[in-house]
Design a protein around this ligand. Sequence first.
Ligand SMILES: [Zn+2]
Length: 293
Amino acid sequence: MRHLALDLGNVRRNLSTIILLGVATVLIISPPASAKDLNCDKQVCVGSKTLGPSSKAVFVENRRVGPITLSLELSELRNAKALRAGAQTVVVRPSERRVLNEVYAVSPRQPWNYRYHYRWRHGSKDAKHDDQHLYLLPYGHGSTYPMIQGPGGSYSHTGESAYDFSMPLGTKIHAARAGRVIAVRQDSQRGGPSRAFEDEANFVYLLHNDGTIGKYVHLKFGGALVKLGQQVQAGEVLGLSGDTGFASRPHLHFEVCAPIDGKRVRTFNLWFSTKRSKRTFLAKGERYTAKHY
Ligand SMILES: [Zn+2]
């Protein structure tokens, strides 16, 4: 093996419940003409291919069902020069493979090497949220739950627009908006009131038609009731609530977001239709009854 992959698992992030953050650092050492490398993080793969005896192309391949935004950076270039300076941030469609940068040896007869580092997020950085869209409450028609933390909450929502609804374990979660299932996790049995559990949440993510993503987080073990790639309508059941991940009590965390780059995410304030109001923002501490039809 000519490469060394280092997993930087402890990167701090802003959001409490963003789970699928791809991070990888790879060192390419004096690549010979035939060297091949490919490093995949949850089906987002970055590799290099030989262009000539002393040049390589660094490419990305998205094997997931939804688009991703990826940031790639080259570093520690020794006797090597990159075609493009600085970090590249690109949107990569499902099944798309594209070259992000090229690296050349400065003195082809001498050993040369470089490192690449990438991060990725679900969705496209170019998504524009439809701010007029009216969302359903993400639980069953007629049922009532308190919203215990809202946009800008002080416990785990600092600087983000996200919604926590307190509900008993195993409550049915319904889609707040139509979309396609682009990520599912349901194998975690761990959760607790600390950021140490951030990466342990089960979830379902939906890709909306405006390119934004709806995230339904903290589902119970085995609590996903939809499959990857499935199209769901607003109001359809997605799964069962739980307390996996960073959660001090059983609740559903719901947010709509889009990436800024391979690391950062922006979230949106949403209009909801409830039993009491046709169109309202939600306020912390209030109880809301779902009206789906
Ligand atoms: Zn939350």
